[in-house]
Design a protein around this ligand. Structure first.
Ligand code: ADP
Ligand code: ZN
Length: 565
């Protein structure tokens, strides 16, 4: 019998024209061929699809690929067609007859791979048909969607387990994701009931990315982007905005400056989106301004920079989007521009949005809490004065079960260097990062300044207390700065003992300290449409003797600023 590895290598060459497997691929392919379950966590662009596509042509039965994105299914099937691998997909945009035809092809072994959305797995007719198919592999793409700890929880993913259990013979199950903290990895293994899975975690480290965080006002952001894009006219870049409106405005602005820019968001027609994508991939335009709708399945290797115009909702989201830079291994820059109002906006979105019909109230609550923690870690990334690469590796690699990965990473520099074990079994494989300063992030190129803000923090604490924890951030800042706003005067708040206690301080400073206090749990923000500032779990620290409070800022060194510009 010819060795599986040799056959796999030959198939890789024959169908895809590649000479060798990339890191991690070979192990996953072998596991699937041997009938062993697996979970592969590999960054976007690492080549996850090949891991199940190669076995699909070598194994006798069908490979069912569960994928959450309709548009991606079609792309994948087209690409497989080109490669000479018979594949089909089943989705709700097809007519009944088309769907029946696809199932007939699958039954007659006319295709190696069948792509379906998770929602399909509870359809009785589909389940019944599958019971009579010879299925070798179930590949679960974007497997992190199964976890309520992840940002993209899809309730339909929870049905995958019972679908598999209902099959007369259990196929090999292979799960794939680009982004999963350990907690999410555990969930995937548990909920999919993977048995003794091969765990492959290829590194999250992207040494060719220069990570850059800059705090600035909205108008500064725009000026910064305009300058950066003009100064890098011969490079390809992506600018992510948080809303369609912002995307449109920024695109118009760039275009009015003569920059070849296109927009991409879910509010455009399918045709318009395709045009933008096409123009970008073919270098007809220089930069694409987009919401997070852009990027899934985009395979452009020479993206030299990714700028975030706002702070995203989680580190997962950020790293996935920023990680679209530098796929070719060349040095590329990922800049995150943020300010306090980003945090306010994200908190508001968190509290109002994301309502999901499929969830019970309790689940909804849990999802919201999770989102809150993910956001907190994202805020931590913006605020940390330590190495940004380190922060991200800690976030994904931290081994402390039940805690929020990375939340405090800035303060807890792990003392033990990450071990470099066997890639397939060690969670921390390839997570070693060079000692500080890394030279590849804006914090390591900056010096740190600490400001003593004890007095401000105490005034804020007293104000929250004096107003009986009844007001939101804006009102507290107004009281402390002695604002004469109508609303404030109507409520008689100018009689609060702390009124105007911080009139010497800028609004930004007071907000800054207040935000920092919520991050440190001295204060907390209540959920709801009108978030209120209340005392947090650490509030007693403020009344303890010797209370001292500092805020750290990364201050760019002059020379650094010049070399980075
Ligand atoms: P992922 O799903 O992990 O984001 P893809 O499966 O889309 O990544 O693969 C990204 C790109 O890398 C594709 O263009 C794919 O053809 C290519 N690729 C995959 N495996 C290899 C390999 N062994 N050698 C060279 N290129 C590869
Ligand atoms: Zn660094």
């Amino acid at each position: 019998m010819v060795d599986d590895g040799v056959r796999a290598q030959a198939a890789l060459h024959r169908y895809f024209g590649y000479e060798s497997f990339r890191k991690g691929q070979k192990g996953v392919v072998s596991a699937i061929m041997e009938g062993r379950d697996s979970l592969a966590v590999m960054p976007t662009g690492a080549g996850k699809s090949v891991c199940y596509q190669i076995p699909s042509v070598l194994l006798p039965g069908l490979t069912i690929v569960i994928s959450p994105l309709l548009s991606l299914m079609r792309d994948q099937v087209d690409a497989l067609d080109d490669a000479g691998i018979a594949a089909a997909f089943l989705n709700s945009t097809q007519t009944f007859d088309e769907q029946r035809e696809v199932m007939r092809v699958a039954r007659d072994r006319g295709c190696h791979l069948l792509y379906v959305a998770p929602e399909r797995l509870t359809e009785p007719h589909f389940v019944e048909t599958c019971r009579h198919l010879d299925i070798s592999v179930i590949a679960v793409d974007e497997a992190h969607c199964i976890s309520q700890w992840g940002q993209d929880f899809r309730p339909a993913y929870l049905d995958i387990g019972s679908f598999i259990a209902a099959l007369p013979r259990r196929p090999v199950v292979a799960a794939f994701t680009a982004t999963a903290t350990e907690k999410v990895q555990d969930d995937i293994v548990r909920i999919l009931q993977l048995s003794d899975p091969l765990l492959t975690v290829t590194g999250f480290d992207r040494p060719n990315l220069f990570l850059d965080v800059q705090r600035m006002s909205k108008s500064e952001k725009e000026a910064w982007i305009l300058r950066y894009v003009s100064d890098h006219a011969d490079e390809s870049g992506i600018i992510y905005c948080s809303t369609r409106k912002e995307t449109n405005e920024l695109t118009d602005r760039l275009q009015s400056e003569g920059i070849r820019a296109a927009r991409y968001h879910a509010g455009l027609t399918h045709q318009e989106r395709r045009e933008s994508q096409h123009a970008f991939v073919n270098d007809d335009i220089q930069v694409v301004v987009a919401t997070n709708a852009f990027g899934m399945g985009i395979d452009k290797s020479n993206v030299r920079y990714v700028i975030h115009h706002n702070m995203p909702e989680s580190i997962e989201a950020y790293y996935q989007e920023a990680g679209r830079a530098g796929r070719d291994g060349e040095m590329s820059r990922c800049t995150l521009l943020w300010n306090e109002s980003d945090i306010v906006l994200r908190r508001r979105l968190l509290q109002s949005g994301g309502a999901n019909d499929h969830l019970t109230e309790e689940e909804e609550m849990r999802v919201q809490q999770t989102r809150g923690r993910l956001l907190q870690a994202m805020i931590g990334y913006c605020r940390t004065v330590s190495c940004l690469h380190r922060y991200i590796l800690d976030y994904f690699g931290q081994r402390r079960a039940g805690s929020v990965q990375g939340e405090r990473a800035s303060e807890e520099k792990s003392s033990s260097p990450a071990s470099s074990g066997d890639e397939s079994t060690s969670m921390q494989s390839e997570q070693s990062v060079s000692p500080l300063p890394c030279g590849r992030c804006s914090n390591c190129m900056s010096s740190v300044r600490s400001d003593d803000v004890t007095k401000i923090a105490l005034a804020i604490g007293r104000c929250v207390s004096a107003t009986n924890q009844r007001f939101g951030m804006t009102m507290i800042v107004r009281i402390l700065r002695g604002s004469q706003s109508q609303q404030l005067l109507q409520l008689g708040l100018e009689r609060t003992p702390l009124f105007a206690a911080l009139k010497e301080q800028s609004e930004a400073t007071v907000r800054d300290v207040l935000n920092q206090m919520t991050i440190d749990d001295l204060l907390a923000v209540t959920p709801g449409r009108m978030p209120i500032i209340v005392f947090g779990t650490e509030a007693s620290r403020m009344v303890a003797p010797g209370f001292h409070y500092e805020i750290k800022h990364a201050v760019r060194r002059k020379s650094a600023r010049k070399t980075l510009a």
